[in-house]
Design a protein around this ligand. Structure first.
Ligand SMILES: Cc1ncc(COP(=O)(O)O)c(C=O)c1O
Length: 381
């Protein structure tokens, strides 16, 4: 029996293919340094693990949760949002807890994309936009190029004609950040284009390394939905927890879909998320976040300067644990050579055609391994 056309249209997930190649090399006894996948190697902080253990014993946490998320948890997140971004959110209507932001992004798109609708997908971009939001909804992909000449930000006029558009800053895979002018222009565009839903994916909002805290797009417009995640900055990808904030109608759409597909994130994980967020002092992150930032920033600078020394054109940014650089030729061939030398990286075209000639490195291994990886890369130069 064939899978449905929708499912057959999904291209093989890049990371799965990469994992296969890595496993194959490891089976042959090779030591592979995996810089390919954005999964933090550091353990989650004690505040998170202790909190999960405590909440799991509470008498009400084994029940079905609700698709919108526990009200008390939503109230606590909105208080964090107020402290962190100075934006007031109605906990009843303008927020939903998600099972990580991937789930939220995919399910939200189902609420708005009809077959044949254009969906604006950043190129290069997080592959889930094109696969889950376009192919699984039988939508049509509208390429939104992110060019290096434009700081990997889109031309907003490219959003014309889309039913839904994804905007993601700090950005995966480029690490780019958007600025005041970009968000202001985008907010104005949204006012003039009520037919388009603009989704802001802020999964990396807490992973920036300069002085200024990264803004929320809700500081510029309330006419959007923004996705947040605990995954990256709390080293908690496996805990599957995040939340969406924004316009009531959008949150309602998301919750309507979720209520048919899941019963919400486990309550003990929701409560643990809140305990982590309570560690912030105003917009100053908790020590756990500051420590993670320090480590990732240091690792990034090791890789950026190492690649520079090897003669690669690096696009350094003070955000995310990704390094986006030009391989100087066909990046698939380069990635194959790197793998033969024992270093796995993600070839840029896995994020879209505009990624050709680029590769992404994730700073998700300790410093010594990074240095070892750079040493191995000198040999393929
Ligand atoms: C841009 C972006 N958005 C969303 C996600 C999903 O994160 P999670 O579902 O773990 O919150 C990722 C994960 O890599 C990502 O890079």
């Amino acid at each position: 029996m064939n899978h449905s056309t929708r499912v057959r249209n999904i291209p093989p997930y890049l990371f799965a293919r990469l994992e296969e190649k890595i496993s194959e090399a490891r089976r042959k006894g090779m030591d592979i340094i995996n810089l390919g996948i954005g999964d933090p190697d550091l353990p989650p902080p004690a505040i998170l693990t202790e909190s999960v253990k405590r909440h799991i014993d509470e008498p009400d946490t084994h029940f079905y949760s609700t698709s919108r998320g526990n009200l008390r948890v939503r109230e606590d997140i909105t208080q964090w949002f107020k402290r962190r971004f100075k934006v007031a959110i109605d906990p009843e209507t303008e927020i939903a807890v998600t099972i990580g932001s991937k789930e939220g992004l995919a399910n939200f798109s189902r609420a708005y994309v009809n077959p044949g609708d254009y969906v604006g997908v950043p190129n290069p971009g997080y592959p889930v936009y094109g696969n889950a939001a376009v192919i699984l909804n039988e939508g049509r992909l509208k390429d939104i190029p992110l060019r290096k000449e434009n700081g990997f930000k889109p031309n907003i006029s490219d959003f014309e004609g889309c039913k839904l558009v994804f905007v993601n800053y700090p950005n995966n895979p480029t690490g780019a950040m958007a600025d005041y002018d970009f968000y202001t222009e985008l907010a104005e565009w949204i006012e003039e284009h009520p037919e388009t839903v603009v989704v802001h994916d802020a999964a990396y909002s807490e992973m920036t390394f300069d002085e200024k805290p990264y803004p929320s797009f809700l500081q510029y417009t309330r006419n959007t939905i923004e996705f947040h995640s605990l995954s990256k900055v709390f080293n908690a990808t496996g805990y599957r927890i995040g939340f969406a904030v924004g316009k009531k109608e959008y949150i309602d759409g998301l919750v309507k879909v979720k209520s048919q597909l899941d019963s919400g994130a486990p309550l003990f994980i929701q409560r643990a998320m809140v305990d982590c967020l309570k560690g912030y002092n105003g917009d100053i992150p908790s020590i756990e976040v500051l420590e993670n930032r320090r480590i990732y920033a240091e690792r990034k600078s090791i890789i950026e300067s190492g690649l520079n020394k090897l003669g690669y054109k690096v696009h350094p940014t003070p955000a995310t644990f990704y390094i986006w650089f030009e391989t100087g030729g066909d990046e698939m061939e380069w990635a194959e050579k790197a793998l033969s030398a024992g270093v796995a990286v993600t070839p840029g075209r896995g994020f879209g055609s505009m990624g050709e000639g680029f590769a992404r490195i994730s700073a998700t291994v300790p410093d010594e391994r990074l240095k070892e990886a750079l040493g191995r890369l000198t040999k393929i130069n």
